[in-house]
Design a binder for this molecule. Sequence first.
Ligand code: TXA
Ligand code: MG
Length: 347
Amino acid sequence: MQTIFADMRTGIDKEQMARAGEILRSGGLVAFPTETVYGLGANALDADAAAKIYRAKGRPSDNPLIVHIADMEALYQIAAEVPEKARALAAWFWPGPLTMIFKKKDCVPKTTTGGLDTVAVRMPDHAVALQLIREGGGFVAAPSANASGRPSPTKASHVAEDMAGKIDMIIDGGDVGIGVESTILDLSGDIPMILRPGYVNQDMLQKVIGEVTADPALFSADPKEPPKAPGMKYRHYAPKAEMLIVEGAQEAVVSHIRRLAQEELERGGKPGVIASEETKEHYAGIVRCMGSRQDELSISRHLYAVLRELDEQNVTKIFSEAFDTPVLGQAIMNRLLRAAGHQIVKV
Ligand code: TXA
Ligand code: MG
């Protein structure tokens, strides 16, 4: 298959957008930018189109897709019930990086929902994404546009690495703004529960709807129960090399990572280090900087690109600092812990 590349970094190209909409309406696949990560879109109400997403990504068929919409009316067309709290959250956070789970209507095929009776819905905060959803018929199923198990794409070149030749079109909207996937909130229980942490954090949600909990499986290496979002149980965000996170006071972390990297070198390995602007000068060898601890978004924005770059360098071990930053800390650490298979040491 030949993949069409459309450049919309500086604005919407109307002709290419019409073509993208036509591809979606006729059952094809279009990768597009959102404010979180790039998505791989198909018509969410067309089971055959949704099935193509699973094939292109190599994604297990029990891992449900998020349906992207461009207006509130669309929500009522696919959700059987919209609780009061969801309406309040939509008013605050949509369009934006929050996904909510609803009981689905029959028009949403089970291929899209991985066999579940619920549907995850989000309205992205990105002009290109919103326009594509409108042109494509209003309901776009879109997981992150990476091959299953790879780090999510935060630039169009990442999508091309994983998907060129397998999908119909890639829309380049430049680098994303947030860099980690949306927060997923389940409102079906008495107390709403975060199934995946994202930019919209527990505090922000609680200010609008009162008590919110987080899935206890998110931060545990060996949870009693599997995570409640099916996709969170899979190895994901993962670089090829084994990874270890080192947590603690800055000086202690730096000296511990330096020592581990030195030992890896002496074993004949090729260590890679994930550092911050504040510490990067202290390390030698293959060092990738996530960003400044004073600017959380720079850290979340670079996370997946850094993991991909270290893969390209064929490092044998990755040692990462921890990033428990105030707003995005839960989201960043959740992704890092999964990339590291929950290997973390405190110094
Ligand atoms: O920011 C995002 O959410 C990005 C962009 C493209 O919008 N999309 C994204 O999709 O991250 P994906 O497929 O990579 O992750 C969707 C997650 C999976 O962990 C999946 O299991 C969970 O959402 N999910 C989807 N539908 C669900 C449902 N009905 N119940 C529970 N979890 C659900
Ligand atoms: Mg994903």
